[in-house]
Design a protein around this ligand. Structure first.
Ligand SMILES: Cc1cc2nc3c(=O)[nH]c(=O)nc-3n(C[C@H](O)[C@H](O)[C@H](O)COP(=O)(O)O)c2cc1C
Length: 193
């Protein structure tokens, strides 16, 4: 079985390090045999999550589009910037909107539920965004995702990626390889049950 995996960077910044990590993860996942879709949240603008808005006009179209895309995957690779040691609003807002989806038409749907998720972070700082991942992990578990243990944090991100898009430091690239292998393995195991 070929696992379907969505790769999603939590930054729309031009020259984003997490977009670079997402590109490296997409290459690695594809090399390991996954059917990869890589998106940018810039293509899915969303208002700040707001229950009044949800009650008045429902889930925004872009959140429904993301929810359908996520629900159609076996796994998701999230690349997370670190803002003040935690989750940036762009990423948290998307996670929250998608978590509010309960149905699509008449069909019950919880896009995050049961989805396998691997985490990556990239920062030019020395902590490599790892403090953000310790916050993203319980959030994703709270929305029902299965977060794999292996993760990849890229420090010194301004000079971490080569011209071929791969991570230059071998140990860090090996972290990415392991996180991708774990995500694929869990997706395949889930489908063989
Ligand atoms: C509000 C704000 C807070 C930040 N806090 C942190 C932080 O706690 N740790 C860190 O490593 N970088 C921090 N940064 C720097 C980001 O890691 C940096 O902007 C990074 O490039 C964001 O990811 P991106 O390149 O994918 O956009 C912060 C940036 C902003 C805008």
């Amino acid at each position: 079985m070929t696992p379907k995996i969505l790769v999603l960077p939590g930054s729309n910044r031009s020259g984003s390090f997490n977009a670079a990590l997402a590109a490296a993860a997409a290459v690695e996942l594809a090399q390991q045999g996954a059917d990869v879709t890589r998106i940018s949240l810039a293509d899915y603008p969303l208002p700040i999550v707001d229950e009044n808005l949800k009650n008045q006009s429902g889930i925004p179209d872009n959140a429904m589009k993301l929810g359908r895309l996520i629900a159609a995957q076996d796994g998701v690779f999230l690349c997370c910037p670190e803002y003040n040691s935690s989750i940036p609003p762009l990423l948290k807002n998307m996670i929250d909107w998608v978590s509010l989806i309960a149905k699509d038409g008449e069909r019950a749907v919880k896009p995050w539920a049961g989805r396998y998720v691997a985490l990556g972070s990239a920062s030019n700082g020395k902590f490599a965004g790892i403090r953000c991942l310790s916050h993203v992990r319980p959030v994703m578990m709270n929305v029902g995702a299965q977060v794999v243990s292996e993760q990849c944090s890229v420090g010194g991100a301004a000079s971490a990626f080569g011209e071929d898009g791969r991570i230059i430091d071998e140990r860090t690239q090996a972290m990415l390889t392991r996180a991708c292998t774990s995500l694929i393995t869990h997706c395949v195991m889930m489908n063989s049950r």
